[in-house]
Design a binder for this molecule. Structure first.
Ligand SMILES: Cc1cc2nc3c(=O)[nH]c(=O)nc-3n(C[C@H](O)[C@H](O)[C@H](O)COP(=O)(O)OP(=O)(O)OC[C@H]3O[C@@H](n4cnc5c(N)ncnc54)[C@H](O)[C@@H]3O)c2cc1C
Length: 397
């Protein structure tokens, strides 16, 4: 059955990227998961760049066949990649999140210098928001970005943690407080920091339960200096830039959740049509087909919400504030569905679901767990949704 939100061009694009990822990502997925092979990740990023898929968000840069490239197509790409390997998909999401503020807010010379490498897949970017004392409460960040009039430079001091691509990225987009006298929402700035800048270091790399092959760590800044023109947008405009980034990142994460959910669902469906239990197919048991029906329903609901948000974004005309609710709903529904489906699939597979010897169910279960935490936790996106539905009261965060 065809969905009715995606049009013919979108569906043809899905077929195209699915074939591309089968060719480029699928043969490397085991090396990424088992050996955390960064060269395999980089090779696929490069192939994506060569094919032009990392410019999908930017119609003025895109040179492919689509009449209206945009977030819908980027979300399809995210979904199809996550269906094969969610850890790899992180590099797509980060590349787009990094390219977006460069494309939209960097001064022309800075944009030319840093954007091309990322969208060509030759370089990798990182986004630095989270800190040891603030994650969800990003407005409370401690990192400072101060302007030094004498040298005409921005000076960055602080520690960021849980940063995807820390230590392997070429370009870091860093958020920090530039005016401590103002409310954080009005005193935050964003700057571009190349990896070789003196004062940047990478104290720690984390070991996660899932998403193997995706490098996540700390990034420290100690009197780290970048030229005045490395500011993104205007001084103290960082919070607004960050909110704009979150909207499209959450839709992309909706695609990731959907891809992870579908990969689990396919395994569950295959297993319960092959496995005999009490002399009959496992799938013929009411408790099993009930779970399949619930998974199927939740996947379709997540798909509708995700592509509704992507289409609203692409249609233009809505403010970032108006897009916040549909983007948050897409992220919440898809990432929670990914976990629901990953858990149900392990249960349907029984002991096989817990082992590496019987396929990817255990990997999907470990990978999926990050989805309701990254890019705004389920609790935070629920807050954003409800704050629109309950305009007359101030929700207690
Ligand atoms: C694999 C991975 C990759 C990441 N990549 C990046 C990256 O590239 N760049 C980056 O900047 N960050 C990144 N992050 C960080 C991520 O965005 C944060 O982990 C996330 O925002 C949550 O912050 P926290 O971990 O500090 O949890 P906290 O904010 O401490 O929250 C802990 C728990 O408390 C809940 N909670 C907090 N406040 C409230 C409240 N008021 N009401 C109800 N519940 C509440 C949260 O929802 C959560 O469940 C990454 C994280 C992971 C795990």
């Amino acid at each position: 059955m065809n969905d009715f939100i995606l049009n013919t061009e979108d569906r043809e694009f899905r077929a195209e990227v699915r074939a591309f990822l089968q060719r480029e990502l699928a043969p490397r997925a085991a090396a990424i998961e088992n050996n955390e092979d960064w060269t395999a990740v980089k090779a696929v990023v490069r192939a994506l760049g060569d094919a032009g898929y990392l410019t999908l968000m930017f119609p003025d840069l895109y040179r492919g066949a689509l009449k209206s490239p945009g977030l819908t197509h980027a979300t399809i790409l995210s979904e199809e990649a996550a269906r094969i390997n969610y850890a790899f998909e992180t590099t797509i999401a980060t590349a787009l999140s990094c390219a977006y503020p460069l494309h939209r807010y960097a001064q022309p010379a800075v944009r030319d210098r840093y954007l091309a490498g990322i969208v060509e897949g030759a370089q990798v970017g990182a986004i630095c928001v989270t800190e040891p004392t603030v994650g969800s409460d990003s407005a409370g960040m401690q990192t400072t970005i101060e302007f030094d009039e004498a040298s005409d430079e921005w000076v960055i001091n602080g520690l960021k943690r849980f940063i995807s691509n820390a230590s392997v990225a070429d370009t870091y987009i860093v958020y920090g407080i530039s005016n401590s006298a103002a409310a954080p929402q009005k005193g935050m700035s964003a700057v571009v920091v190349p990896d070789a800048t003196p004062g940047i270091s990478f104290p720690r790399t984390y070991t996660f339960m899932g998403r193997r092959g995706c490098i996540v760590g700390e990034v420290a800044f100690e009197n780290c200096r970048v030229p005045a023109d490395h500011l993104l947008g205007r001084r103290d405009e960082g919070f607004r830039i960050m909110l704009g980034m979150f909207n499209f990142e959450r839709v992309i994460l909706g695609g990731s959740g959907l891809g992870v959910a579908r990969s689990a669902f396919e395994i569950a469906c295959r297993h319960c049509q092959q496995r005999l239990s009490f002399g009959q197919m496992l799938g013929s048991k009411q408790q099993i087909w009930g779970r399949i029906a619930d998974m199927s329903c939740r996947i379709d609901a997540a798909e509708l919400l995700t592509y509704r948000a992507a289409k609203l974004y692409d249609a233009g005309g809505l403010t970032p504030k108006e897009l916040m609710k549909p983007a948050s709903m897409a992220k919440l529904a898809s990432t929670e569905t990914a976990n629901f489906c990953a858990d149900a699939t392990v249960q349907i597979l029984g002991g096989e679901g817990l082992t590496k010897q019987y396929g990817r169910a255990e990997q999907i279960f470990r990978d999926a767990r990050a989805l309701p935490i990254v890019g705004g936790t389920s609790e935070m996106v629920r807050y954003l949704i409800a704050s629109v539905d309950l305009p007359d009261i101030k929700l207690n965060l």
